[in-house]
Design a protein around this ligand. Structure first.
Ligand SMILES: Cc1cc2nc3c(=O)[nH]c(=O)nc-3n(C[C@H](O)[C@H](O)[C@H](O)COP(=O)(O)OP(=O)(O)OC[C@H]3O[C@@H](n4cnc5c(N)ncnc54)[C@H](O)[C@@H]3O)c2cc1C
Length: 450
């Protein structure tokens, strides 16, 4: 190939794509917007994964690291935090990849545009043969790189869903951004905990991440009884939020689900159901009042934590041709296999380049981004995606068409996700580790009657 393959993002899947490229002797450049490898993972460094190390190390990456001889493989059976994933695996892998012939990993390199060199979206001729032009912003300004292929592994972390029920920020959400946190705050950090202790906190979301927040806030409430705990839901009832139902293996996840249920039923929690946020206003005393589209009001809110999932950024892909599911924003062929209404992460079948092929020849969306808004992504499945995609880009369609991932018979995501107990495992096999709820819901923490 005349030009390297450009891989966008030095997260787990971008680096796995690069490891496969290195193994095949393909030239590649990994462009990472952050200052180091796993920049998105480092933002949830304090969260313990549900997957064990055996499911978090890509096979090609393991071979590369083993050959480098400087890496100490973690214990396959242990459950790391995001921070440990980054430090013990992602950064060493990126360092090793940077030293391979024809390979480089660049930081502070944000991709802001991908197109066909010399041809905008409208132009048909030459699209299959011409290289891609990748526009990158870094400390030295704007740069244009030519690429034989582009593998977009930029994830979805940078685009959390808003609180607003319409899919846009609620009225007043942006103006009151100083009271909002998107994602899981590290409540074990005293400086972070101080922001919420003794306060009335509203938390949006019902998935594993939201449950982790509930558990952390309940712990704060024990130490500081002034902490108000309530729970607002978009659905008519709490229902099977902690497990049950045929679409949900949450109950099987064990400790986190049980702890979250205990927190939510501890008497500190007020449930406000059928709450779809319309607006957020600042009260005279500086606290927030949150109003739903059906006129319900939750007042005296000090802080809001939004954990309602993520959506992909297609902004820098506006000059390439994509075929995406209109609801999920995932590769269209994949959508049926990953839709959260029918699938949890444990039953998404391994898939590869065929499902991920886009109308723009040589462009693949992989990893978390390939699932669009669906929360069921697993690193293990992403590793199989990029093994197949890189084989296809190398012209090795036999390898690309093979399915090499065998999901463990014991199930995936058996870790408990318990912040304080790295050895805790799910009580029943096959738990689901989706990072967040697909549909926005609001949990608020307050005492009954408030
Ligand atoms: C709290 C939490 C817990 C999770 N637990 C598990 C688990 O237990 N097991 C599991 O398998 N999965 C888990 N996941 C899912 C997990 O996110 C993925 O497995 C993995 O991080 C996805 O990797 P990725 O490389 O696709 O995306 P990311 O990890 O998001 O990496 C994308 C990278 O691209 C970079 N980037 C973004 N935009 C640009 C740009 N324009 N230009 C250049 N670089 C860019 C980012 O900085 C980032 O480094 C969890 C997710 C969360 C949020």
């Amino acid at each position: 190939m005349q030009h390297p393959v450009v891989i966008i993002g030095a997260g787990p899947i971008g680096l796995a794509a690069a490891a496969n490229a290195a193994e095949r002797g393909m030239d590649f450049v990994v462009l990472e917007a952050g200052a180091n490898a796993g920049a998105a993972v480092s933002e949830w460094a304090h969260v313990r994964l549900f997957s064990s190390w055996s499911e978090l190390v890509d096979p090609a990456a393991r071979r590369l690291l083993d050959a480098a001889g400087t890496w100490t493989a973690p214990d396959d059976g242990a459950y790391p935090t995001g921070g440990q994933w980054r430090e013990a695996y992602l950064q060493p892998l990126a360092d090793a990849l940077g030293g391979t012939p024809g390979g480089s990993v660049r930081y502070d390199a944000r991709v802001v545009g991908v197109g066909r060199a010399g041809r905008d979206l409208m132009v048909d001729s030459g699209r299959e043969g011409d290289p891609f032009a990748v526009h990158v912003e870094g400390p030295a300004g704007r740069e244009r790189l030519l690429a034989s292929a582009v593998v977009d592994a930029s994830g979805t972390w940078t685009r959390p869903n808003p609180l607003g029920a319409d899919g846009y920020p609620a009225l007043g959400e942006t103006e009151n951004a100083d009271r909002f946190t998107y994602g899981i705050p590290d409540l074990n950090d005293p400086a972070v905990a101080a922001r919420y202790a003794g306060k009335h906190v509203a938390v949006a979301g019902k998935g594993a991440s939201a449950q982790g927040v509930l558990v952390g806030l309940a712990r704060l409430a024990k130490a500081d009884p002034g902490t108000r705990v309530s729970w607002l839901l978009r659905r008519p009832s709490v229902g099977d939020a902690f497990g049950g139902g045929d679409n949900d293996q949450l109950e099987q996840r064990g400790k986190l689900g049980q702890d979250a249920k205990a927190a939510a039923t501890s008497g500190m929690v007020t449930n406000v159901t059928q709450f779809r946020t319309e607006s957020v206003t600042r009260q005279a005393d500086g606290r927030l009042a949150i109003t739903s589209v059906n006129g319900q009001l939750v007042g005296d809110v000090d802080e809001v934590i939004v954990v309602t999932g993520f959506r992909p950024d297609f902004g820098f892909l506006s000059e390439v041709r994509l075929d995406l599911d209109p609801a999920l924003g995932a590769a269209r062929v994949l959508a049926d296999q990953i839709h959260p209404d029918h699938h949890s992460c444990g039953d998404v079948a391994p898939h590869g380049y065929k499902e991920l092929t886009q109308p723009e020849h040589g462009l693949y969306l992989v990893g978390m981004k390939s699932y669009g808004r669906a929360p069921s992504f697993l690193a293990l499945t992403g590793y199989e995606q990029v093994r197949s995609v890189m084989a296809a880009l190398d012209g090795d369609l036999e390898a690309a068409g093979r399915v090499e991932l065998v999901l463990p018979e014991t199930g995936v995501c058996n870790g408990a996700g318990a912040f304080d107990d790295p050895d805790a495992v799910a009580s029943v096999e096959g738990g689901c580790c989706g990072p967040a709820a697909a549909e926005p819901e609001l949990i608020s923490l307050g005492r009954p009657g408030q």
